[in-house]
Design a protein around this ligand. Sequence first.
Ligand SMILES: N=c1c2ncn([C@@H]3O[C@H](COP(=O)(O)OP(=O)(O)OP(=O)(O)O)[C@@H](O)[C@H]3O)c2ncn1[C@@H]1O[C@H](COP(=O)(O)O)[C@@H](O)[C@H]1O
Length: 195
Amino acid sequence: MRQATSDRTDCGFGQLDLGYLSTSAGIACLIDLSGIGGMSPLPCLAAIAIMLLGFPVSIPQNFAASNETNVTATLPNAPVSPSATDSSVVSRLMAVIEDRKRNPPAKSYTTTLLQGGVVKIGGKIQEEAREVVEAAYEQGEPGRKHVIAEAADVVYHLLVLLALQEVSWAEVEAEIARRFGMSGLDEKMARPPKG
Ligand SMILES: N=c1c2ncn([C@@H]3O[C@H](COP(=O)(O)OP(=O)(O)OP(=O)(O)O)[C@@H](O)[C@H]3O)c2ncn1[C@@H]1O[C@H](COP(=O)(O)O)[C@@H](O)[C@H]1O
């Protein structure tokens, strides 16, 4: 297991914090309510309330930067249609792995895996998958951190298998995007009967 080196994982989901915006608006309104400007009181009071409560609202960066209109992205954990072209740390890792395949250095764990083929990589994926499940039974923050570390191991080894099989990460992302918003239960019901 590779040890976690940071308490915080950047998932490439940059945040535009509305707290800053509401604070600015709130300060402007406080000045305004003191009689200097001509702003409407209701929006002002709302902005001040948000400012004082520190309302935890954020917009995913990819939403803020896009023109999509059908996304309820102002709610934390709201589903956001992913773009298959988003650059992410996973994409960057995949690029490193693909480069290892094209130009194998003498000293590289990835190269060792690729040389071992499906047997070696598949064995590691199974091992890491078992370890992440075992970690999920561990309690508290140490258990949670262990899950993160083991999950990263699973993802890394899975990417190596994809590279071996000439499958790009973009293709997997496209498949994930295609499934977006489709319940697994509905998808199963829509399948033709077996046999
Ligand atoms: N993300 C990873 C990554 N995650 C896990 N691992 C390695 O995966 C191995 C599996 O861990 P385990 O402890 O489960 O396996 P093990 O070391 O054989 O130990 P046991 O099975 O004996 O317990 C460890 O050696 C980890 O260091 C990784 N090795 C490489 N990368 C990335 O791949 C890049 C290229 O690596 P190299 O190809 O080695 O240069 C690196 O810069 C990293 O960005």
